[in-house]
Design a protein around this ligand. Structure first.
Ligand SMILES: Nc1nc2c(ncn2[C@@H]2O[C@H](COP(=O)(O)OP(=O)(O)OP(=O)(O)O)[C@@H](O)[C@H]2O)c(=O)[nH]1
Ligand SMILES: [Mg+2]
Length: 202
């Protein structure tokens, strides 16, 4: 797969706007401002592909990024952003829920949490959705550049405990600023998508 051949494909707010075809999809979920759009840019080594903003709540629809006509990265709107109306929150929650519950092409959910913070009630709810759906997933703790290296393992253990992440589910620290674990994360993504696809064929 040639990741330099990646492009924004479309934005959807309802299923009939999702891309046609059966390419596998990897969805990024997490609180608003956790770094979903940034990690897409970092993994693809493309600065401005997914829109990043210091102002939370920027990703409003479901954005599909086509990677070498092989795979989609799906950038879902962030949850837990306090400054939007209740009506809008419900609309976003429904949009995320509909995608996660109905999309057959969805092979892997990458849940992001901020390495500096204890997962919130919203994070726990999101994680329980993922577990309930029984979908392949991994968890990435973002913004690892913002804490001293010596604290990383301790923060990961706490996140694993609070969310109840099983020992066989991958939890990795990542920094979109440095991109240091890029190869490792790509290996895990590829392995997970492959395993899921093989699993379905059996
Ligand atoms: N230092 C550091 N900053 C980061 C990292 N990842 C994201 N950020 C910053 O965090 C802010 C939010 O990043 P986004 O990628 O827009 O977050 P998002 O999850 O897409 O946010 P929404 O679209 O609002 O849900 C931006 O200011 C980014 O530059 C990281 O690994 N390290
Ligand atoms: Mg975003």
């Amino acid at each position: 797969m040639d990741i330099s051949r990646s492009r924004y494909e479309c934005t959807a707010v309802k299923p009939d706007q999702y891309p046609a075809g059966d390419m596998p999809e990897i969805a990024l979920v997490g609180r608003s401002n956790v770094g979903k759009s940034s990690i897409i840019n970092s993994l693809l080594n493309r600065k401005g592909l997914a829109r990043v903003s210091s102002e939370p709540g920027k990703t409003r629809g479901i954005n599909f990024y086509n990677i070498d006509d092989t795979l989609y990265f799906v950038d879902l709107p962030g949850y837990g952003y306090a400054k939007v109306s209740k009506k809008e929150k419900i609309f976003w929650a429904k949009m995320i829920e509909t995608y996660l519950n109905t999309r057959n092409q969805l092979k892997l959910v990458v849940m992001l949490v901020d390495i500096r913070h204890t997962p919130t009630a919203d994070d726990k709810l999101m994680y329980s959705w993922i577990l309930d759906r029984g979908i392949g997933h991994m968890v990435i703790a973002t913004k690892a550049d913002k804490i001293p290296r010596g604290q990383i393992q301790k923060r990961l253990s706490e996140i694993r405990k609070v969310l109840g992440i099983r020992a066989d589910v991958s939890l990795t620290a990542y920094s979109s600023e440095t991109g240091q674990q890029r190869d490792q994360v790509w290996n895990e993504l590829e392995k997970a998508v492959l395993e899921q696809t093989v699993h379905e064929q059996i």
